[in-house]
Design a protein around this ligand. Structure first.
Ligand SMILES: [Mn+2]
Length: 462
């Protein structure tokens, strides 16, 4: 954890932005997986982590904005919880270590909330994304079951997004700690992906590195030779010579900051001519996009630059044709690159997305498009110093999509369906790094992970 003043200063700033009323934070509880006492791995709510630090279940907290009081609700450990889970801090110690004014037993929370409501003060809370939190909110605030999201505070949501989007130096350090582990995960995967190995063997090894690094995976790993299935979470395939594997994984730091890296690995250890042709074009799109990042530039513009770079690359090898700008304006490139260029990253791998994807990624500087492909762009708005985001262009050969578009004769002016036949089965290529928007431009975070054709092949050979 950071020192106590970090949390109390963050809360003071938040209270100032929200202005008046009471801000309620509900920490996460344990969630049963298959019977009551067998739980999913615990993950604290990210705003709770940001403002109150503690990663223990069943905590809640209030900021009384009007009185300037910060109260943590927690129960002292019972003897049975100590028997099963070991020594634990008292509620007072928990409150003290995050600079709260005092601790109250959890049972006092409904009483204090009732007082706020009775005195006509607004209780601000974030929209819940878990059913248990939603139910608890409804109970505490006497809301109709299922309606808590409708009563969530826009003022609070906006204030949290504004604050958490701009990363502090200490947060960048945490993200780079996570990236140091991701470096090991990705280099190890390059060294181990060999013909005869199963995807699950590498995926399991990679997850082990994340755990050994002191955290966990920031999200379920993708390790698949069917990289053209964008969120492929199965690891059943046997790797064969000539396969191309998309490996998208990232460690979380011990303080739960995410990292999110993708590399594409040739199982043979060297790229085939076709694989290399696609790989180099995706890499060019990724490098140009990163170069274009600076404060004030809408990320939607950077996404479109990536799309144009990829499109002109695909024109070089005869898969696309016509005018690059027109092809991208019409959305023809989305056959190959149907997803967005990147997203915010922080405590959440898709940072803050629980507060509303459009509220995080869009504003008056960029509206979400409804065009196929561009519509999936999670971040479109102008970038600001302190933002951390991913840059992850890709190129995929998605059989069902190619068949559907060809049958419809879609974008025939820009796509050479005839030539495309020879590329079926290549799978996909994605290359992803995490970057920080600085005062003037951009910095790629973490130690450089092998990325050029030469670097990846050298890492595979090691
Ligand atoms: Mn990502």
């Amino acid at each position: 954890m950071f020192e106590a003043s970090v949390y109390s200063e963050r809360r003071t700033r938040l209270a100032h932005s929200v202005g008046k009323g009471t801000i309620l934070f509900l920490g996460s509880g344990e969630l049963p997986m298959n019977y009551p006492d067998n739980w999913y791995p615990f993950r604290q709510d990210s705003s709770f982590l940001y403002y109150w630090g503690h990663s223990t279940a069943n905590l809640a907290a209030l900021i009384d904005v009007d009185e300037g009081r910060h109260i943590l609700f927690a129960d002292d450990p019972t003897i049975s919880s100590i028997i099963w889970s070991g020594p634990q801090p008292t509620a007072a110690a928990l409150a003290n270590s995050v600079g709260a004014d005092h601790a109250q037993p959890y049972s006092k929370l409904p009483v204090m909330l009732a007082q706020c409501v009775a005195s006509g003060r607004r209780v601000h809370f974030e929209p819940p994304y878990r059913q248990d939190t939603e139910r608890k909110l409804a109970e505490l605030l006497h809301l109709r079951p299922g309606s808590a999201s409708l009563h969530a505070s826009r003022d609070l949501v906006r204030a949290i997004i504004a604050q958490r989007s701009v990363k502090e130096a200490r947060e960048i350090q945490e993200i780079e700690r996570a990236l140091a582990v991701s470096y090991d995960m990705h280099v190890a995967a390059m060294q181990r992906a060999r013909p005869g190995q199963y995807e699950r063997e590498i995926a399991g090894y990679v997850e082990g590195i994340a755990i050994a690094g002191g955290g966990r995976l920031a999200f379920p790993c993708i390790f698949s030779k069917r990289g053209n299935v964008l969120h492929n979470h199965t690891y059943a395939n046997r790797l064969e010579a000539g396969d191309l594997v998309v490996h998208d994984s990232g460690a979380a730091s011990s303080m739960h900051y995410a990292s999110d890296i993708t590399r594409t690995i040739p199982v043979s250890g060297t790229f085939s001519t076709q694989q290399r042709a696609i790989y180099e074009r995706v890499l060019r799109a990724q490098l140009r996009s990163i170069e274009a990042i600076k404060p004030g530039t809408p990320f939607k513009q950077v996404h479109l630059l990536a799309a144009r770079t990829l499109t002109s690359g695909l024109m070089e090898i005869g898969l696309m044709r016509g005018d690059v700008d027109e092809a991208v304006a019409e959305g023809a490139h989305a056959l190959f690159f149907p997803h967005g260029l990147g997203h915010m990253m922080g405590l959440d791998v898709h940072d803050l997305e629980g507060l509303g994807e459009d509220l995080v990624g869009y504003d008056e500087t960029a509206k979400r498009s409804s065009q196929f492909g561009l519509a999936y762009l999670r971040l479109g708005k102008a970038l600001a110093p302190g933002y951390v985001l991913t840059v992850e262009p890709g190129c995929y050969f998605i059989e069902a999509l190619m068949d559907e578009w060809q049958a419809e004769g879609r974008h025939q002016a820009f796509i050479n369906y005839q030539a495309l036949r020879a590329w079926r089965g290549l799978g996909g290529v994605r290359i992803e790094d995490d970057v920080l928007v600085t005062g003037h431009g951009v910095r790629i975070l973490g130690k450089p992970i092998p990325k050029t054709v030469q670097e990846v092949e050298a890492a595979c050979a090691a």
